[in-house]
Write a protein that binds this ligand. Structure first.
Ligand code: DAH
Length: 337
């Protein structure tokens, strides 16, 4: 019997070694080791052996054969599983060498381009760039600009108020600046004349977005305070700026207007080569009350100021139909400029 057992064991081990898949191993496991398996059959024969010693020896041999086959099955199973894993890893491997090309180079957004060009033009005219906070008090945004509490001009700004009480202040006086004009006051307080500054920045109004409005947009403010500054300096500066920004064939003009912070006030338009006049922004001679709010003696100094929308400048330069397109981050749009 032991000889038969050894033959069966060796055949079983050969089958296990030849198993080509995990399914084969599972089938062999059942066939060889199962209750009704080939090797178990030897166990049933043990009872027919004559002596106790013979039964002991044969029983031990059957157990050894079962153990050997069981170990062989485990080993083959582990080998096949490892091979299956590395095959899966290999097949899912990403060939990153495909992307050896350099990433496409980005560029500044069309509004940033206009912002930077405007700064460049004014730096070229001898101006400095100034900044102020986006969250302001109503004093800087309105009062100091000659719009006292209850001034009707305040109503023209759809102001967004901030739920914050400034140190030493009272509720309802903190807001998102509605224009860059408060930077005029901050610049006058921080500097001694002569002052020649531009202040580009984000401004906020409670507006519903449409083709020509966004609740968040950009303005650039200009302020000049010096001895003997007149409206002629303002007109000349607007003209010089227009030519530098739009090119030599674009003209500018001033039209009488009203702003609380300037007196006299004007709106300035540019004429494009096709003859259309387009309104660009507001300007004027700084109101004496505004100079005083900035700590400057209006008897000694005069000044002019202007302010206009940067987004509008970009729209005009590139003939963009809808201002909202500039803020959708659609690459098909953004990459055109
Ligand atoms: N702050 C004005 C606005 O947002 C624009 C403006 C008009 C600015 C006249 C000025 C100015 O500095 O002199 O509508």
């Amino acid at each position: 019997m032991i000889e038969d057992l050894n033959v069966a064991r060796d055949a079983a081990l050969a089958d296990v070694a030849a198993a080509a898949s995990l399914d084969d191993v599972a089938a062999l496991d059942a066939r060889l080791l199962g209750k009704k398996g080939e090797l178990a059959a030897f166990k049933r024969q043990l009872g027919s052996l004559a002596s106790v010693d013979e039964r002991k020896a044969a029983g031990a041999a059957v157990n050894e054969a079962l153990a050997a086959v069981s170990v062989a099955l485990d080993e083959r199973r582990a080998e096949l599983a490892a091979a299956a894993r590395s095959a899966a890893v290999e097949s899912e491997r990403l060939d990153l060498t495909e992307f050896t090309a350099r990433p496409a180079r980005g560029h500044a957004h069309v509004v940033t381009q206009a912002w930077e060009r405007l700064e460049d033009v004014f730096i070229g005219l001898g101006y400095q760039v100034a900044e102020g906070p986006e969250v302001e008090t109503d004093w800087f945004n309105f009062e100091a600009l000659n719009m006292a509490d209850g001034h009707p001009a305040r109503g023209e700004f759809d102001t967004l108020f901030v739920d914050h009480v400034a140190p030493g202040g009272t509720p309802g006086h903190t807001l998102l600046r509605t224009h860059t004009s408060p930077v005029q006051i901050r610049a006058m307080q921080a500097m001694e004349p002569p002052i020649y500054i531009v202040a580009p920045g984000r401004v906020f109004r409670r507006d519903t977005p449409d083709a020509t409005h966004m609740p968040v947009f950009h303005q650039i403010e200009g302020l000049v305070v010096d001895r003997g500054i007149t409206m002629a300096h303002l007109a000349g500066t607007i003209e010089a700026f227009t030519k530098a920004f739009f090119g030599g064939n674009v003209e500018s003009r001033l039209r009488p207007s009203y702003f609380p912070f300037t007196e006299p006030s004007a709106e300035f338009d540019i004429r494009r080569p096709n003859g259309d006049w387009l309104e660009l922004g507001g300007c004027g001679m700084v109101h004496p009350a505004v100079l005083r709010a900035g700590g400057i003696d209006p008897e000694e100094y005069t000044g002019f100021a202007f302010g206009f929308g940067i987004d509008r400048m970009a729209v005009m330069r590139h003939q963009i139909a809808d201002i909202r397109d500039m803020y959708t981050n659609d690459l098909r749009f953004v990459e055109q400029f």
